[in-house]
Design a protein around this ligand. Structure first.
Ligand code: ZN
Length: 132
């Protein structure tokens, strides 16, 4: 255990902080890893739930003939909602996956859009890949 720890480069030392912030500690880095992995799992579940909901809606909503127009309207509304939920979850999953790749490569903490340090305080609230 201790030998493996010694040979692995510490990520804490690589991650950027904003001006005036303390360097990352190993504990803080570990919290970010856990948070990013939890976020990825959460979004994968959310996408699964939204897609299952969509399949149900398509399954019983594909034939509008003979149905009350109000029913058709509300199932269209439900479908739009499920689709935007799925879309949001996909975007959030992509963000989390990108942040995790940057984490793994040691580039974490720098905005992937403008290249400036995002700041540790912000990242601990929202561990995304961009400053805004
Ligand atoms: Zn930026």
């Amino acid at each position: 255990m201790s030998a493996a720890r010694k040979s692995a480069p510490t990520k804490a030392a690589q991650f950027r902080v904003a001006e005036g912030e303390d360097p990352w500690t190993e504990e803080e880095v570990e919290e970010i890893r856990v948070e990013l992995q939890a976020e990825i799992a959460r979004m994968e579940r959310a996408i699964g739930v939204a897609e299952a909901g969509l399949q149900d809606l398509f399954a019983d909503g594909s034939d509008g003939a003979g149905r009350d127009p109000a029913d058709v309207g509300s199932s269209n509304f439900e479908r739009d909602q499920e689709m935007s939920l799925a879309q949001n979850a996909r975007e959030m999953l992509e963000q989390a996956q990108l942040a995790f790749r940057m984490f793994e490569s040691g580039d974490y903490g720098v905005c992937e859009s403008c290249g400036r340090p995002i700041g540790k305080d912000r990242l601990q609230v929202f561990p995304g890949p961009r400053c805004a």
